[in-house]
Design a binder for this molecule. Structure first.
Ligand code: SF4
Length: 274
């Protein structure tokens, strides 16, 4: 039997995975491993972190050091791990609720500090694991289990939030863009500073079923595709035309000192080594 070459990166005891058929989480796990394989990422130096939610289960399946803990606190752990051992590659797999609502404050400060970690956000536009509740990323007027008359709140633009807070590498793609995702992950792993990669994806079980009236993954993927515009095309569009659109592309690439650089510099000074 032909074995998938990425199978060697998965923990035997954790399989089979718990994702629903057609879920974007499986795609993101696959694309991360593909990127890791292509750059020969040292799995002995990888720490994969997840908070709570369907996406937060991704680290459980990867054969590397993994941390699976409380909701929204992934960046607090990542800060401690990275400052203690700067040689480690730290990757956070977070859902939109985990990183932008409960963990929103950690996100803005990690970005402000330019913490050298990689944040891969699976934005499936709802709180999936807990039953399809409305999230800060749920599009306006769509139905969720907690908005039976439609969502009345404006939607957070996660990439703009990360950029404004100071992230030095920001990209957004959708699960309709596997090649671009692999490329961004490869570049992001090489970047020094806070890497923020948002992937808009399908949760057929809750988002699809409640917001779009279909539990078929392909229907949500089609819905996402119809709303997607590239950054270049968006530049020629008005604010009104961009309402409800998913703008994809590479938004930020900056080379700035990281929190770890500053920490090392101050430590040297304190020890009179200047
Ligand atoms: Fe994926 Fe949604 Fe199922 Fe969670 S509930 S595993 S996000 S399809």
């Amino acid at each position: 039997m032909k074995v998938n070459p990425l199978r060697k990166y998965l923990r035997d005891w954790a399989l089979p995975h718990f994702f629903c058929p057609g879920c974007g989480c499986g795609q993101i796990l696959n694309l991360f491993l593909r990127a890791a394989d292509e750059i020969n990422l040292d799995m002995d130096k990888l720490v994969a972190i997840g908070g709570v939610g369907c996406t937060a289960r991704i680290p459980v399946y990867i054969k590397a050091e993994a941390l699976h803990g409380v909701h929204g606190r992934t960046l607090a752990w990542a800060t401690g791990i990275k400052l203690h051992n700067p040689d480690l590659n730290v990757v956070i797999f977070a859902g939109d609720g985990d990183i932008a609502a409960i963990g929103g404050n950690h996100l803005i400060h990690a970005a402000r500090r330019n913490l050298d970690v990689n944040v891969i956000v699976n934005n499936n536009m709802n709180y999936a694991m807990t039953g399809g509740q409305v999230a800060p990323t749920t599009p306006l007027y769509l139905y969720t289990t907690t908005t039976p008359r439609g969502n009345m709140e404006r939607t957070f633009d996660l990439c703009k939030l990360a950029e404004t807070a100071g992230a030095t590498f920001v990209s957004r793609w959708t699960t309709n863009h596997p090649r671009q995702i692999v490329k961004s992950i490869k570049e992001g792993m090489d970047h020094r500073g806070l890497t923020f990669i948002e992937i808009v994806s399908q949760c057929p079980t809750y988002f699809g079923r409640y917001a779009l009236g279909s539990s078929r993954a392909e229907d949500t993927l089609k819905w996402i595709k119809e709303r997607t515009v590239t950054k270049e095309r968006a530049e020629g569009m008005s604010g009104e035309e961009l309402e409800g659109k998913i703008v994809v592309g590479d938004f930020v690439r900056k080379d700035l000192p990281t929190l770890g650089d500053k920490y090392a510099e101050l430590e040297k000074k304190a020890q009179g080594e200047e």
